[in-house]
Design a protein around this ligand. Structure first.
Ligand SMILES: *[C@@H]1O[C@H](CO)[C@@H](O)[C@H](O)[C@H]1NC(C)=O
Length: 242
């Protein structure tokens, strides 16, 4: 993984009206948080082509065009190169650690929502949607388990979508025909959690199972109400104990 901290200097000399474009780009490049390989690169461009560069590993300016070579000679003699030699410590090593913690090592756990998009009806399968919201970084794995086995077919997933505020969202759809007693789960694997995040679909009953349970439960409650009423009535009518 390479982190490039890039600062764009748009110098005041921008002759854009005439089609000329003069600018300078400063890069701090490193591949490890200990910054042992950090480089400070300061590049001057004219009309998108680099013509002069200071590279902290080389320790001096190098020109790529006639203009660049002339400037390199001049800068390498004077205080400019001395100033540039200090920028790796002063600018890069000062800012890179913050960027590592705030950007590269930052993880934000997704909020997961698992819902039914479409209930099963005669001859039509049901559709479940598992959504992960507000996570960072974008790399994420969302998949489905049916009775503990990964579902390969009948799954449609979106790409990770940018919210535009550094966070991402993703949606996965599973088309399935409910069968009694099966267990369906949505699993999310993301850098923000060592363990996979597993969300079980609550409706592990088919619609007709659910109806039977509702009828049974209602009958049970009604039975309790009636027998309590009967008991109270009986107590009221029977003679008081002395
Ligand atoms: C800077 O110079 C070193 C040594 O020549 C080189 O390995 C490195 O690729 C250069 N970096 C850039 C960004 O050009």
């Amino acid at each position: 993984m390479i982190l490039i901290l890039q600062l764009l200097f748009a110098l005041s000399l921008c002759l854009r009206a005439d089609g000329y474009d003069y600018y300078r780009v400063v890069d701090c490049i490193t591949s490890s948080p200990d910054l042992t390989d950090a480089e400070y690169i300061d590049t001057y461009y004219f009309n998108k082509s680099p013509y002069l560069r200071f590279n902290s590993t080389v320790g001096k300016f190098v020109g790529f065009t006639e203009l660049g070579v002339k400037n390199a000679e001049r800068f390498n003699k004077g205080p400019v190169v001395v100033q540039e030699r200090g920028e790796l410590e002063r600018y890069c090593k000062h800012n890179l650690p913050t960027d590592f913690t705030n950007i590269l090592e930052k993880t934000v756990r997704p909020k997961i929502r698992l819902r039914s998009e479409k209930h099963a009806s005669e001859g039509h399968p049901a559709m479940l949607m598992c959504s992960a919201y507000g996570f960072y970084p974008p790399a994420i794995d969302v998949y489905w388990l049916k009775d503990g086995k990964m579902v390969t077919g009948d799954v449609v997933s979106t790409e990770e979508m940018r919210n535009g505020n550094w966070y991402y969202q993703i949606h996965s759809h599973l088309e399935y025909t409910p069968t009694s007693g099966e267990k369906i789960s949505c699993v999310v694997e993301h850098a923000s959690s060592k363990e996979p995040l597993i969300y079980n679909w609550g409706g592990s009953f088919t619609d007709s199972d659910r109806d039977k349970i509702i009828i049974g439960a209602s009958g049970f409650v009604l039975g309790i109400i009636l027998s309590t009423a009967g008991f109270l009535y009986y107590k009221k009518k029977s003679p008081e104990f002395v």
